[in-house]
Design a binder for this molecule. Sequence first.
Ligand code: PGA
Length: 251
Amino acid sequence: MNKTLLVAGNWKMNKGLKESEDFLSQLSKNVSEAQQKQVLLFPQSPLLYAMSLQLKNTKIRFGSQNVYHEEQGAYTGEISPLLLKELRASASLVGHSERREIFKETDEEIALKVRSLQNQNLIPIFCIGESLEQREAGNTFKILEQQLKIGLQHLDLSKEIVIAYEPVWAIGTGKVATPEIAQEAHAFIRSFLKESWGAEFADSISLLYGGSVKPDNAKELGAQEDINGFLIGGASLDVDSFTEIISYCGA
Ligand code: PGA
């Protein structure tokens, strides 16, 4: 593979402090400094401070799985983008399908989160994807377009953003999208970005694929023209699998 891919690990509500520490010390030994620059990890929020200290002398970046759109105030239980910045986080996931489905996050709320992250120069990892029902009804592109249009309505073109395409039917199911299906959706997203904001912007955006990425399918998916990296759930929990995927991702 002659391109360098971003490798993001979404730990979801898994891994405690000790497990996280062991994982990070093993991972920083396993991968080169160049490879570390490609890695972004998303632990449970109470682990962010410890992670920030442990990763201080590495190139591995980290972020939160969620954020609130206001900077601070009376919002019990929410996560401030200002605090993420202070903890030296680089990014936050936004609009993951589990947030959309279980916590009923709307495209409008997600748009505000994208804006609040960009205001702090944090990278939104903006997640979109269709359900099985929507795909089978032939509505995949319509759904992706709606998620992109509303979710990116406050986008600041001068700031960084990463978009993750995660078909809901492939998340945690072991049912990975074929390289053709993934590439088709990524090409659609790229062309939407191009039409909306121009070719230079569209070409500068990293598009991640997520949904049952494993060491045995990462190479083929990563070779697709419009795939610039991965957002990995299950396989990011095991340091050996995660390291193996990183080894297929260039650098
Ligand atoms: P999975 O999760 O790799 O376990 O399918 C991906 C994700 O939810 O980001």
